[in-house]
Design a protein. Structure first.
Length: 103
């Protein structure tokens, strides 16, 4: 569904892959995705969260997720254009978002 929307709207999908037990995932949600500057910078993305252990197992396998959090930026065809393995700060996320290709 997110890929269809991204394709139709010519946007990237931000896929936040997490688990319930992951402390770094909670920190990423709180400090990075909760940052108003990051929210503003990512407003043109189709953002989804995928729990790798509760319904998102196939997504984690498809993208060979080895640890959490993993953040993927995916085009409407399902190709990864940028991958973040592990926690990054708000400042680093802002740099990454600014450098993403336009679709």
């Amino acid at each position: 569904e997110a890929l269809d929307r991204a394709r139709a709207e010519k946007r990237l999908v931000l896929v936040d892959i997490y688990t319930d037990w992951c402390g770094w995932c909670k920190k990423l949600d709180r400090e990075v995705f909760g940052d108003p500057k990051v929210a503003e910078a990512s407003r043109n993305l189709v953002a989804i969260r995928v729990n790798a252990e509760k319904g998102g197992e196939s997504v984690a396998r498809r993208f060979d997720v080895q640890g959490y959090p993993t953040v993927l930026f995916v085009d409407g065809s399902g190709n990864v254009v940028k991958r973040i393995d592990g926690f990054v700060s708000s400042a680093e996320m802002l740099r990454i978002l600014a450098a993403l290709p336009k679709v």
